[in-house]
Design a binder for this molecule. Structure first.
Ligand code: NAD
Length: 256
């Protein structure tokens, strides 16, 4: 019988940033379904349903992050799993975003991740199954048009994932990331709403992924859960693509 049969996350405590929406919410729900105690950190947590516990914080503010992490860890009775998922997007070429926009996106996507991890590490060190999973992006590893700032921030998340994995492997803390393609979340819904022709934009996003559709938030959550699970205890410093083949496959055009 497999040593991982049964409820995989029983007795483990997880904190998910950006857990009030999209990929983070799907991840928080899945970890809770599989037996974890789960806290969600987000700007607004009023809509977070039980058994998830919500802790409001702004990743741009170190004091607010520290207070929320401490409150979440106290409520959970410790911390085994950190999912650094909260993030913001940006559109444009390298000419299109001004300095404040560059600082704002890096402040959330990169320094925000650092702030949460810094506050969580003392607690993770006390866990026998410590895992950090970062939500990176296919944009970190393929050149996408009109995503200069966003891609640069996710490139930093990929590099940080590797550096943190090296720094903490001997402390028993694994660090990995997922690289989703385009995922059907409220974020992408907002992008489609803003497009001149939302149906054509959706069709173009579907076609960009070799499997011909958007990735679901549940599919990304399942990949995050795998990397967070004791079942992946020998996996650290990796990026798991959840992108329908977008980053690695080269198909011939479909025949009409
Ligand atoms: N949707 C996609 O196509 C896609 C693809 C690849 C990677 N990602 C990444 O997945 C992650 C989640 O994206 P999503 O699509 O679920 O988006 P979403 O907008 O549905 O959820 C993001 C959550 O992060 C929270 N957040 C944003 N700024 C914050 C801050 N300063 N402090 C605290 N919380 C904050 C938001 O309130 C929101 O609940 C992001 O890191 C994003 O870059 C998304």
């Amino acid at each position: 019988m497999s040593e991982f049969r049964g409820i995989e996350f029983e007795g483990l405590r997880a904190l998910v940033t950006g857990g009030a929406s999209g990929i983070g919410l799907a991840t928080a729900r899945l970890l809770a379904e599989r037996g974890a105690e789960v806290a969600v950190l987000d700007l607004a947590v009023d809509a977070v349903e039980k058994p998830l516990r919500g802790f409001p914080a702004d990743l741009r503010d170190d004091a607010s992050v520290r207070a929320a992490v401490e409150a979440a860890v106290a409520a959970l009775g410790g911390l085994d799993i950190l999912v650094n998922n909260a993030g913001v997007g940006a559109a444009g070429t390298v000419e299109d975003n001004d300095d404040p926009q560059w600082h704002q996106v890096f402040d959330v996507n990169v320094v925000g991740l650092v702030r949460v991890t810094r506050a969580a590490l003392p607690h993770l060190r006390r866990s026998a199954h410590a895992a950090v999973v970062n939500t990176c992006s296919a944009a970190a590893v393929v050149g996408l048009p009109q995503r200069a700032l966003y891609s640069a921030s996710k490139g930093a998340v990929l590099s940080l994932t590797l550096a943190m994995a090296a720094d903490h492997v001997r402390e028993g803390i694994r660090v990995n990331c997922v690289n989703p393609g385009t995922v059907d979340t409220p974020w992408v819904g907002r992008l489609l709403d803003a497009a001149d022709d939302p149906a054509a934009e959706r069709a173009a996003l579907n076609a960009r992924q070799p499997h011909g559709r958007l990735v679901s938030a549940d599919e990304v959550a399942a990949a995050i859960a795998y990397l967070a699970s004791p079942a992946s205890g020998s996996t650290t410093g990796t990026a798991l693509a959840v992108d329908g083949g977008m980053a690695r496959l080269r198909l011939r055009p479909a025949q009409g």
